[in-house]
Each structure stands twice: as structure tokens, then as C-alpha cells.
Design a binder for this molecule. Sequence first.
Ligand code: ADP
Ligand code: MG
Length: 365
Amino acid sequence: MSGGNPVMIELRDVHKNYGDYRALRGISAAIRPGEFFSLLGPSGCGKTTLLRTIAGFEAISSGAVLIDGKDMAAVPPNLRPANMVFQSYAIFPHLSVMQNVAFGLRRDARPASEKQRLAAEALEMVGLKDFERRSTQALSGGQRQRVALARALVLKPKVLLLDEPLSALDKKMREQMQLELIRLQKQVGITFVLVTHDQEEALIMSNRIAVMFDGEIAQLDSPEMLYRRPNSRRVAEFVGTMNFVAAQVASEAGGKIEADAQGFGRVTLDTGQVAGGLSTGQPSIGFRPETLSILLEGQKAADREAHATVVDVLYYGGLTYYDVMLDGASQPVRLSVRNAFGRPVLEAGARTRVAWSPGALTLFC
Ligand code: ADP
Ligand code: MG
């Protein structure tokens, strides 16, 4: 499909200016063939702009966009091996489901019967096998989005660009479509580039994620690395929940860093646990809510333990969030505990012990 090219989309120092406004500020990335790649970032960070430069709807100010090894500078959108599914999926209400999908083939010279066959195949891919003759008006939001997907897939592009395709759906339908998109992407083997502002969606669906802020990629990593080792406080706060406590670096030698962290005391970290340069700014220690655990009475800590008071309890059924004040700390931190049958849920005000491991901590500078 890619002719053995190890890179499907290459972005080389892409800049896009709107007058004085720098919407894209030097984007470089290599997206692999068959990869499910996501662009994740807050509204206005340049995700749609970047997607449109790949599709060719937007000319770049400098840099280069290559698809399957070819520079796209002189290639108009309709001749690029990429197709886009828009945020507000433009379904034609006066056309049937089949006609909507076949619209994707309007510039194709194949005979009508062949187009019908291709459209039917695309509809089957998105789970709308028996919907061909239906009017689009009778469809649910999720079904409309599938029609838009089928229309984009019918041309068998090498790259499918999806701009927040699920944002208009309710939570249940969105979760179902997320799983279907994963399945579909595996089935067709096409490179998917998904734009989303929903960090959970990006974590669930992607092979790799580029986190964007202010027209730049802040971190490009696998979901697991992004979650476990965010490279800045800003990324850590955008992807998942991260607790921060004030810290002071005491010493650095032989690949080990000694730091004093509020509520934890003296901790020893590897250099791999440091995000950002050691000498900059006011350091803090960060950790995810599930990396500290609440000890039951009589339970021994596997690693270290600290004493704390429960400040707030948020019961979610499957898990409980506890805001606890570690002794000696000035601000509560949030812990999550997976609930198990028979395990008591603590109440606000309770004294407790928490277990923690230095390996789960990240020092942000
Ligand atoms: P996102 O998709 O991440 O929400 P966009 O890529 O749509 O962000 O926009 C990035 C920034 O570029 C925004 O500040 C937006 O206002 C600006 N922008 C986008 N398109 C245009 C345009 N055609 N003219 C001027 N500014 C634009
Ligand atoms: Mg957008």
C-alpha cells in the first residue's frame, strides 16, 4: 500500500501564518503507514489547521508536507491520497444513504454499477449494510457519522483525516463509535489521523499522540508514555489528572536526584523521572491518583507509607476518589482507589495511611 515507505505522512517544520497570527509554529512529525495517530490539544491550538494543511485545503507558509514520500506543495486536495471527515459531517439530506456514499466517487470514471458495488462495500465496512436505500433523515447521529465515514472510505485513500468526528455524539454513542473506529482502522489498514480535544478518546484510540499547544507539538509519544512520563507540567495537566506538590532539589549526582517533597519527605529519583531542565523554575513533584494507595487497617505497605487525613470522598461506583491531606502538606492530593466488594469506603475526616513508591513520582522543573 505504501510501497514499503516507513513514513506515510511527513511534516517538516510546517508553519502557517494568518496575517500576523502564527497558527502553526514549526510542526515536525513522521506518521507511519497504518498508524492510528491523534492530534490532541485544547481548542484553538491549531489541530484543524494542521489537518487541513495535510488535506491541502490550507497552503502552508513554510516547511513541507509529504504523503507517501511525495511533496504535496503542488498537489490540489482532490489529487492527494487523503480524505477528510469533517467535524460537522456534511450529509446531503435529499440524497439516500447510498447516494451520499457514491457522492465520494463523483469524479471517478468507473461505470455506475461498479460505483454501487464500492459504495455497498463501504457501507458494510461501517456497519450499515442494509441501509442503502434509506433516506438520511431517518438516521441517528451515529448512523449519519457512519455515512460520512463510508463516503470518505469509498475512494480507498491512503490516509483518512478525521476532525473531531465524534464530538457531536452523546457519551454512549461516542464510546461505541470509538471502538468501531478502532476496529475499522484495523480492518482497512489505512493511516488515520484523528483530531480530538478529548484526552481519554486519544488515549483509547491511538498508537501515538501528538499533544499540541499554541501551534506547536509539546510531546509526541505512545499513550502509555504520555501518561506515565509527560515531559512538562502542561502536558501532565492536559492528559489525565496529575497531583503536584512543591519540591526542592537537594542534590544531583551519579544519575540520582535527591529532592524534598511536601508530605513525602526526602525522595530519590532517577534522571529518567525528571521532566524539563533541572535548573529552571520552581520544581514540583507530580504523581497520578492511582499510583498512591490507601492502606486498610493492619495492611502493610509494599514500599513507603505516609500518614494522611481524608478531606473529601467522591464515590464513582467502580472507584472512589479521595482527596487526602498528607501530614506536613499544605494542599490535599487526589487519590483513586479501585473499589472491591467488601472493601470499606472511607469517610471525610478519617485518618489513614497511604503507600507510595518513588518510581511513580516525576520531578517537574
Ligand atoms: P483547533 O482546531 O485546535 O481548535 P484551529 O486550527 O481551528 O484550532 O485554529 C488555530 C488558530 O488559528 C485559532 O486561533 C484560530 O482562530 C486561527 N485560525 C484558524 N483559521 C483561521 C483563518 N482562516 N483566519 C485567521 N485565523 C484562523
Ligand atoms: Mg478544530
